[in-house]
Design a protein around this ligand. Sequence first.
Ligand code: AMP
Ligand code: MG
Length: 368
Amino acid sequence: MRSTVPRGSPTPPLARRWAEAVAIRPFVPRLTPVIPVNDDEPDPSAVAAAAGILRRGGLVAFATETVYGLGADATNPEAVARIFLAKGRPSFNPLIVHADCVEMARDSVLEWPASADVLAREFWPGPLTLVLPRAANIPDVVTAGRETVGVRIPRSRVARALIQATGRPIAAPSANRSTGISPTEAWHVSNDLDGKIDLILDSGKTGVGIESTVLDLTTNPPRVLRPGSITVEQIREALQLEVLGQGAISPDSQAHSSPGQMDIHYAPRTPTFRIEREAFESVPREGRWVLIVLGETPSIDVPPGRRPDQQFHLQTPTEAESSLYSHLQAIDLSGVDFLVIVPPPDEPRWLAIRDRLWRASRPWPAGL
Ligand code: AMP
Ligand code: MG
């Protein structure tokens, strides 16, 4: 990596090295081409090139409003198998199918209940995945052998233009190596999957920033399998029906019904600990570390002499959702010794963030 620091000068402060790492990293020579596209007005020739790759069974990464997805033609089992290979994703973890319109979503499922109609009208295009009985055109490899499939219409224009130009539903998990942090910028994808995929469409940072809410409509009452920025309260309100939430955060208890909800998901490589505000005094004095405080309460005033190298305060769920993964990606690049997270309060609107944090971190070891 090129460095702007003259030889012999002291180690630059973390903040500067961090900025350098993040800025320089995208210009490392790459094997997988990256084409910039504008989400307000996606260039038709870039979209056509990407659609051609997908129609020929290749893999294209593109931004949805949640995170970057790694897309393949959902009706082509060999193409979908390549997603699992590129990501190192276990074959029991089903993929979400993305459509550009309700007709295409309906063609991917066997039944389209009235509740799906209501939710599609209220939340699509948007970050809500509906799990329904799958249609015959969706192969086993997409659903991990299940008789159900998760479908949604993404909000990003690039995603919808790409699906429309391909003319087929697109299976797309997050475009990162399995169990890693979901990418919210194109260079996160490049860092993880360069050389393993055919193309990356770079339309900048994603807006929502965490994965979609997954709702199972095959059960009565419907049940949220993965919390996201659309909350169970919003879904109840739209349906005027009972809807089961995820309940207490217990990653293992969800493993069977929604396999992506595994314990090791979304984890940074940097050792990451969560610690309650009251217990903060036990954070050690040594090492280079980063502190992320979540919630509206004032940030923590760390006594001098034990301050972190960087400190962030993410005050609202929307702010935290849109920037948490970008922070985690940058922290992994910066090479700090550890990350300490002070979680937000146990309130419904923080549920999605708490869910991701619990998977990304361990409790601070007692007695240190
Ligand atoms: P990803 O695309 O990486 O965010 O992962 C998609 C996640 O959606 C999976 O890991 C599951 O948690 C969930 N999902 C997708 N399809 C189904 C399905 N048919 N049944 C239950 N959960 C699903
Ligand atoms: Mg994922």
